[in-house]
Design a protein around this ligand. Sequence first.
Ligand code: RIB
Length: 290
Amino acid sequence: MAIWNLGSINIDMVYALPHMPQPGETLAATSFEQGLGGKGANMSVAAARAGAHACHIGAIGSEGKWCVDRLTEYGVDTRRIAQIDTATGHAIIAVDPAGENQIILYPGANRVLSEDQIGQALSAANAGDILLIQNETNMQAEAAEMGRKLGLRVAYAAAPFDADAVQAVLPFMDLLFLNEVEAAQLEEATGKAPQDLDVQDVIVTLGAKGARHFDGRSGDVTDIPALKVTPVDTTGAGDTFTGYVLAALDRGLPMAQAMAQASRAGALMVTRHGAADVIPDLKEVQNAKF
Ligand code: RIB
């Protein structure tokens, strides 16, 4: 089976700051690093690192060719990434000493994908494969509808959160990933709690409290506890969790086991600086001591 990921590819410019800047404040960074990121790219790398066949569907500009090389190096199938005449997406990421971040996104090529490109990519998918989508590209609902028609299992990570974007994909969705705040915002927008969304599997991440699974078929709610770590940078931890859950489901693991493995991967991630470049592989995740 494979995971088809319609996802963003960003050049992450990461600034370590003594604190988050206040409005009007000028603040010198204590360090700067550039790396591969984008919620989509991070999820593809996580899924590939976890042993899945991750096929990324996305776009970059000519200055972003190194991002594709790096994705390939990390085990992602990059044959459906188009090089177009628009700048590669980028993210300006501020990280404070507690590991919290603030992100400014420039979508660039991520938001000019064509329906044709997605259709061509998905024509190579098999029924039962997973189609993953997040809210950093265009064509989300169109892709989800195509995925549903092709018999794919459509997964949506509702980040960055936009209630309208989630609702446009909702009718085609089999799996939904949200954090606690996003779940509350979606409930406010739809009037429905996660268990009432008519989505087969809803996973709500709860930060230091772990993650919760709502099984839409049985109505069961399962909590997976978080692991105790000292965070240095939370960037990409949620993306790693999502990629790992899907890779494990794709391998046929039950949901609780998939989420437990993904929690370990996410916990390891917050102890590292960076995004796609530092996502742990399955062996590291299995051997990690918490
Ligand atoms: O979730 C982290 C990611 O968000 C970063 O890699 C950045 O590119 C933004 O998309």
